[in-house]
Design a protein around this ligand. Structure first.
Ligand code: SAH
Length: 498
């Protein structure tokens, strides 16, 4: 495995300062023993104008297997076969082994510490990093998606499986060149330390809980805002779900502390802002909230549930209207609830106001006693976030178990998507939408749910009702048929009390 780091310089800022920054003297070649082989650091060039440090790692494949978890499997097309353990790509392609060697050999540089040249350690350098073979599951596109947002100019060339036989296509390796003038050396090393194993999508050692700390430390300053932070976190932690979740929650908190309220807007709003920038009509999200509020007021409800409340936009509107005496908002996402609490200034709210509102974390696909006894429930832009297979569980939990008298459900009308100029054909409006329905599909669903749980239902458009494709949002308003209730035996207690 091989990696070079080059920089340029002038008489005032000689390139050879790289030696101070890396804590490795350009005059000497040095050798270090690492847990999986031998690392050599040397300088193929060391001039005032240009200086290159090289890290060459000789991996001992046998040590790798003895010490690690035997990551020979699956490599080189010999899964778990005896040979596959010994003949594999580990000695050649940059991966977690190189990342660990980097952090061992350049640990001080990685922390950005340099007593001899502190001002240079803290400043961006012209950098060029080359790795001739990077194992990259996801290919050059993923390589670019990971490095480019960090300020790198990325060259990622696929390496042919065999140059003599171009028909065989590309291997899973790329030649990687990263160039930037905007990053410090420590940042550059930390990017590599995290992203090389992420690209390889494998680790040669068992991923233990302290990997979360390592990731967050190495990711400080760049990971929370990275558009691919979820993929990075998931892969870095070897898809160990519980660790990924821990890391994601900690990243969210960092981001939360960094973001300004005004930036925390949902994607729907962003799409709207883009499409409707010109005459600036009321954004759809606002129209939707107004339609929901109007629907709730018509029902005369005082005690309301906002199910899948997200960041609390509707709750804020509900609080402004004193007819809503009890507002309970539920979401499965702790992050959304944290944002909601912060936006609503729950901690600074007067006692009376605070007593009207409650935020609960919970999943709507499970029945929940805390949600019974309400006048009305809102499911605004929530159902499409559930897998279709989980939807019946939500239907039962809301219409069968919580059983509010009225339920308002909104969801996108997929027919309208052709009217969003910025939406590529066939794309959902939001990355997390599991489905988007036509008007007929939504109507059929609403009728079936109403029938099954003893409600009547009416449908309404939200937003401009296009003659051809209908409105952007569709809303169903369900009312529980109380006489039907008594007959079917639902809510006996309530019937008795009445
Ligand atoms: N109601 C808000 C937010 C819609 S986004 C609005 O109209 O703007 C969808 C929300 O549903 C997200 O906050 C998501 O966390 C939440 N959600 C998705 N699945 C859920 C589930 N199973 N239980 C509870 N909330 C869920």
């Amino acid at each position: 495995m091989f990696l070079t780091i080059s920089t340029r310089g002038t008489a005032a800022t000689p390139a050879t300062d790289l030696g101070f920054l890396l804590h490795k003297n350009p005059g000497n070649a040095q050798t270090f023993s690492t847990s999986h082989g031998t690392a050599h650091v040397f300088y193929p060039e060391a001039e005032v104008e240009r200086c290159t440090a090289a890290l060459l790692l000789e991996v001992d494949p046998i040590a790798l297997i003895r010490r690690g978890k035997g990551k020979g499997k699956g490599r080189g097309g010999a899964p778990d076969a005896a040979l596959g353990q010994y003949v594999n790509d580990r000695p050649y392609a940059a991966s977690s082994v190189l990342a660990v060697a980097l952090s061992a050999v350049f640990s001080t540089a990685l922390r950005g510490v340099c007593k001899a040249r502190p001002e240079r350690a803290a400043a961006p350098l012209p950098l060029r990093i080359e790795v001739p073979a990077v194992a990259a599951k996801g290919g050059p596109d993923l390589v670019r998606a990971l490095f480019a947002p960090l300020g790198w100019d990325v060259t990622a060339e696929p390496v042919a499986l065999d140059p003599e036989f171009p028909d065989w296509g590309d291997s899973r390796y790329v030649r990687l060149v990263l160039e930037s003038e905007r990053l410090t050396l420590a940042e550059a090393l930390r990017h590599l330390y995290v992203l090389l194993p992420v690209l390889d999508d494998a680790k040669h050692y068992w991923v233990s809980p302290d990997e979360v700390d390592k990731l967050l430390r190495a990711g400080e300053g760049w990971l929370p805002g990275h558009p691919e932070h979820r993929l990075i976190t998931n892969r870095y932690l070897s898809r160990r779900w519980s660790l990924t979740r821990q890391a994601m929650e900690r990243l969210e908190l960092v981001r939360l502390a960094e973001t300004d309220d005004s930036e925390v807007e949902d994607i729907d709003n962003a799409v709207e802002a883009e499409t409707e920038a010109e005459p600036r009509p009321t954004p759809l999200a606002v129209q939707r909230r107004e339609a929901v509020l109007a629907g709730l007021r018509e029902t005369g409800a005082a005690r309301v549930l906002d199910l899948g409340c997200g960041e609390g936009h509707l709750v804020r509107e509900l609080l402004r209207d004193t007819r809503f005496t009890e507002i309970t908002a539920v979401d499965v996402s702790a992050r959304a609830l944290a944002i909601a609490a912060r936006r609503l200034k729950l901690d600074r709210m007067g006692e009376r106001q605070a007593s009207r509102v409650r935020l609960l974390q919970g999943s709507l696909t499970y029945t929940d006693k805390r949600l019974t006894g309400y006048d009305a429930a809102v499911l605004s832009e929530v159902i499409e976030h559930l897998d279709l297979l989980r939807l019946p569980a939500l239907e039962y939990a809301v219409f069968g178990a919580a059983r509010p008298r009225h339920v308002l459900v909104t969801t996108p009308n997929v027919e309208y998507n052709v009217r969003w100029e910025t939406l590529p054909a066939g794309h959902a409006r939001h990355g997390d939408h599991r489905f988007e329905w036509t008007r007929a599909e939504f109507a059929a669903w609403a009728a079936a749910v109403a029938e099954r749980y003893g409600y009547t239902v009416g449908l309404r458009p939200v937003g401009p009702d296009d003659p051809e494709v209908g409105p952007p949002t569709q809303m169903a308003v369900f009312h529980r048929d109380t006489t039907e209730q008594d007959k079917t035996g639902h809510d006996k207690k309530e019937a008795k009390a009445a």
